[in-house]
Design a protein around this ligand. Structure first.
Ligand code: PHE
Length: 453
């Protein structure tokens, strides 16, 4: 049998996994949630959950991957045959997410290019983003399909190059640059006139409105942010060396992910509040594309050196999104090479073609296909909802049941202990059996109720 590809070093694994975890969620959702749910109160809640709940789920997946040396479908099936369908469900998630994630990645590339060309002012106009995604503009450069294809091809090239020379190399270059950009931009933003007000908003804990909703929001964000329940961490774990310390590696991925999310808040909250004359309502009211492509370009352009800062910011977001889409594609490719015995080249070409086709509805859904909706949502929003809000919590609950109650947590503990001590073992046992599944059920219920509410 062909030897399984692997990362060449522990740090290579950590950077690749952190690359997957650090993504659009860190940039456009975390700062908004923190501003909305009591600043420091949210930050504390998030960190506490990261070292318990997030840690439990992530170490489970990485250890599962490393112990089985399999991609996600087979990993679930090999632990227990009856759980193979859960592996299939998990495997379907990157197939759903990758296409629309690349559509958004394309928007990021477009904004980066425009800022570099000195068109920051033009893209900051009120109508620009809406016109762009609805394909109202003329000319090939104004067509989101072009940018989507570019982003997909960039992702594909890296994956084609392989685990060590592609995924690991790319993350080892992009992640350190990403950290430097994050630190640089946040320092710039914190020192803007009027930023102090926003800093207070972001950092000082306000427990006045602290409630179950705060905890639920933090849990949901954490879960998404760590790229859990879609086979990614199983796949990356399967490429990890047997002798590398698992617990400390997972700890470092968490620090990376949480640290970048925190820095994103330092970039965005003070700047938006300063821009809005000390009023935080703008950031509290907006997350996602509206914040990133609508509000932020305006904010940057209103400050000295805004065009350059805008370009750097979108480069940073581009790296964050690209390392995440690489992990999505790599997961699909690993399944195809394992299950169908395809070569990496064939598997990459096949899945890239699939992403290009499946991404079209998400791309056109905000434009010419705007009249078509699924469950009252545009295609992109529907894919986002069904994967993040429904399928991922179900897969994660199933994983907790499988590990906590069917094969037993020893299975994971042994793998962790094979390469070092497992300091948080007691906590892990209780979390995986009882606490995490209940928390996940709450996330699922909350998300589904939100849809009906
Ligand atoms: N974890 C990434 C984020 O925070 C998102 C992501 C989703 C990554 C799906 C990979 C797959 O944005």
């Amino acid at each position: 049998m062909k030897e399984r590809s692997s990362f060449t070093s522990r740090i290579g694994f950590v950077l690749a996994a952190a690359g997957s975890a650090v993504g659009l969620g860190n940039m456009w959702r975390f700062p908004y949630l923190a501003a909305k749910y009591g600043g420091g109160a949210f930050l504390i809640t998030y960190v506490l959950l990261a070292v318990t709940f997030g840690f439990t789920l992530m170490i489970t997946e990485v250890a599962m991957g490393r112990r089985t040396r399999m991609s996600c479908i087979e990993a679930f099936g090999s632990l227990n045959r009856r759980f193979a369908p859960l592996g299939w469900l998990a495997a379907l998630i990157p197939v759903i997410i990758a296409p629309y994630y690349c559509v958004i990645g394309g928007w990021v590339v477009k904004y980066f290019v425009e800022f570099v060309r000195g068109n920051g002012m033009a893209v900051s106009s009120d109508t620009y983003f809406g016109d762009f995604i609805s394909m109202a503009g003329s000319g090939i450069l104004e067509n989101p399909l072009l940018w989507f294809v570019i982003f997909v091809l960039l992702t594909a090239v890296v994956v084609l190059l392989g685990v060590d020379t592609g995924v690991e190399k790319a993350s080892s270059v992009m992640m350190p640059v990403l950290v430097l950009l994050s630190v640089g931009i946040s320092v710039y933003c914190m020192t803007l006139p009027g930023a102090a007000e926003g800093l207070k908003y972001y950092l000082l804990p306000d427990f006045a409105d602290f409630s179950l909703t705060t905890v639920l929001a933090a849990m949901g964000q954490l879960f998404y942010s760590m790229s859990l329940a879609m086979g990614i961490m199983i796949t990356y774990g399967s490429y990890m060396k047997k002798e590398d310390d698992l617990e400390s590696s997972v700890g470092q991925i968490e620090i990376f992910d949480t640290g970048i999310a925190f820095l994103a808040g330092l970039m965005i909250v003070p700047a938006v509040v300063a821009f809005n004359g000390g009023d935080a309502s703008l950031i509290q009211g907006k997350a996602g594309p509206g914040l990133m492509f609508g509000v932020l370009p305006k904010v940057f352009e209103s400050f000295p050196l805004g065009g350059a800062v805008g370009a750097m910011f979108f480069l940073l977001v581009f790296f964050a999104a690209l390392t995440s889409s690489i992990s999505l594609l790599e997961t699909v490719v690993s399944i195809l090479t394992d299950k169908m015995r395809l070569t990496r080249k064939k598997a990459t070409i096949l899945s890239t073609a699939g992403i290009l086709i499946l991404g079209i509805p998400s791309c056109l859904g905000y434009g010419p296909w705007g009249h078509i909706t699924v469950l009252k949502m545009q295609f992109l929003d529907f894919f986002d909802f069904i994967s993040n809000s429904v399928m991922m919590p179900i897969v994660a609950i199933g994983t907790c049941i499988l590990v906590g109650h069917v094969v037993g947590s020893r299975y994971i503990e042994e793998e962790v202990e094979s390469s070092g001590t497992f300091k948080r073992k007691k906590m892990y046992r209780i979390m995986i059996r009882y606490v995490a599944p209940v928390m996940l059920a709450a996330i699922l219920a909350g998300e589904v109720l939100k849809y009906f509410g």
